[in-house]
Design a protein around this ligand. Structure first.
Ligand SMILES: *[C@@H]1O[C@H](CO)[C@@H](O)[C@H](O)[C@H]1NC(C)=O
Ligand SMILES: CC(=O)N[C@H]1CO[C@H](CO)[C@@H](O)[C@@H]1O
Length: 477
């Protein structure tokens, strides 16, 4: 009698346990399968190459991937003798590098998905060897300036991310003095706040301050030819960047150790002026301010002298400056004064570029390049002495540190298996049916991306994408 009632008492527990087991078996159908997330269905495998870029240098060897992570690395040309597994992807001479981390891209989702959107944007990202992308708070609608608007963005990412995507929030006049909105936005998981110190070019995202515009003394001389690139350059003088920086550096001095804002970190986006603005940054760094700075491929791939009148494909803000400036940008990158690179990928509908009219003052300012940042950087960089390690530093290691992702940015044991495989010598014609790649189309570049692994999933190889989008949103904890 006693034992029977005991049985009755544990009976519901047993049922519960069995249903858990059934549920587990269903949700993990086979440890061997990555389902639709990957073009290579194995859970545990090796990626081999003669050129693996690690924080300790370039090695021949093999990297073992299990689940989402790198679990071991064999160094040396004789790696094959040390591996029992049959699951090996040998990329031979191709470079195996940490996946790129692009901390600055506009995917315009939700609200302006006719310009781009998470599905096409992250597809281009994967095809370009980029495994982590941080989306900017403007050009989508609404802008990401509150907890509510971040939630809309997260909703738009569902089942649409082919790589991991994080978010910058926006600092705008509307929220700048409202602690509860800013707090809400930060607590909801944006990785930091972005503000504009000059008009952003988009009305939904007002600038935070106007004083520097007065200082830059822009003449709005109506006689200037709006089709001339020079007219546009004159409206975005290096002094605008410099004045904004001077204003900013009055804040950053507080970020020094034991200063009133110790712990706060300032990152300067898309630096294009490599003269006095860069000097200001150098000085601030040498004083110990917590700041970092990025520049973008279009600033060192093109120069103002080459841009023909009316060719609004090349309009972006800040603008592409002259060739002497371009040389200085390279010098600063190689010397470490500029910390990292980002795409500032900024697509729009083709009509907004006003290609027929060629009016630089009215055309949309933005250059898209997501899929091609690696070959563009490499093809120009190697002329200045950039190495594969430089590329990994500027595109993976430093940006991963900026966004606080300790499991990304390097090929190392325990890290996410985020890997870009590319062929530095292999030339390819850069053509795209995506109209916003206009500025780069028609070029032949070395540095073709062959394959991209994102948290162990082979998300892209040889023009093909995995069938499912298995990236996840990255939220600050
Ligand atoms: C901050 O914004 C919230 C939400 O819009 C509003 O209710 C609140 O009154 C604002 N606080 C201040 C101090 O302006
Ligand atoms: C921090 C800062 O420089 N704030 C300035 C923003 O612009 C207004 C004028 O519009 C100034 O009064 C502020 O001092």
């Amino acid at each position: 009698m006693e034992s029977l009632s005991l049985l009755w008492r544990i009976f519901p527990l047993v049922i519960l346990l069995i249903s858990f087991l059934i549920f587990y078996a269903y949700t993990n159908p086979s440890k061997q399968s990555r389902g639709d997330c990957s073009l290579f269905p194995h859970d545990n495998f090796w990626v081999a190459s003669k050129h693996i870029v690690t924080p300790q240098g370039i090695i021949p060897g093999a990297v073992e991937v299990k689940g989402e992570n790198i679990i071991s690395i064999i160094t040396g040309g004789n790696w094959r003798q040390k591996i029992k597994s049959a699951q090996i992807v040998d990329y031979g001479e191709a470079v195996v590098m940490p996946g790129l981390v692009d901390v600055h891209a506009h995917l315009d989702d939700p609200g302006r998905t006719e310009w781009e959107g998470f599905p096409s944007g992250t597809k281009a990202t994967a095809a370009g060897g980029i495994t982590t992308l941080i989306d900017l708070p403007l050009n989508s609608f609404p802008s990401t300036v509150s907890e509510e608007t971040l939630k809309l963005k997260l909703k738009a990412t569902e089942k649409n991310l082919r790589v991991d995507v994080g978010f910058w929030g926006g600092l705008v006049p509307e929220n700048a003095f409202n602690a509860s909105i800013l707090d809400g936005l930060l607590r909801a998981g944006v990785l930091g706040l972005k503000s504009f110190m000059c008009p952003s070019g988009i009305n939904d995202f007002p600038m935070t301050n106007t004083s520097h515009i007065k200082d830059s003394k822009i003449s709005l001389d109506p006689r200037d030819d709006p089709r001339s690139y020079l007219t546009y350059l004159k409206r975005r003088l290096p002094s605008m960047e410099e004045t904004a920086l001077r204003e900013l550096l009055t804040v950053t001095q507080d970020t020094r150790t034991c200063g009133p804002a110790d712990g706060v970190y300032l990152h300067i986006v898309h630096l294009s002026d490599a003269t006095s603005s860069l000097d200001l940054i150098r000085e601030a760094k040498s004083r110990g301010d917590s700041i970092s700075v990025e520049t973008c491929p279009h600033y060192f791939a093109f120069s103002a002298e080459e841009i023909s009148d009316g060719d609004t494909r090349f309009k972006c803000a800040p603008p592409i400056r002259d060739s002497a400036n371009k040389e200085n940008l390279w010098k600063a990158l190689l010397e470490g004064d500029i910390d990292m690179l980002s795409s500032d990928h900024s697509p729009s509908e083709p009509e907004l570029k006003l290609l027929e009219e060629g009016n630089f003052l009215r055309a949309w300012g933005g250059i898209s390049s997501l899929q091609f940042v690696l070959p563009v950087t490499w093809s120009h960089g190697r002329k200045y002495g950039a190495t594969l390690e430089h590329i990994a530093l500027w595109w993976s290691e430093k940006p991963a540190k900026l966004i606080g992702q300790s499991l990304k940015g390097a090929i190392a044991i325990g890290n996410h298996a985020d890997i870009a495989v590319w062929e530095p010598e292999l030339e390819f014609d850069l053509n795209s049916d995506h109209p916003s790649i206009y500025a780069y189309v028609g070029k032949t570049l070395p540095g073709k991306v062959l394959a991209t692994f994102m948290r162990g999933n082979l998300v892209y190889e040889d023009g093909k994408h995995a069938s499912a989008a298995c990236g996840v949103p990255i939220l600050a904890s």
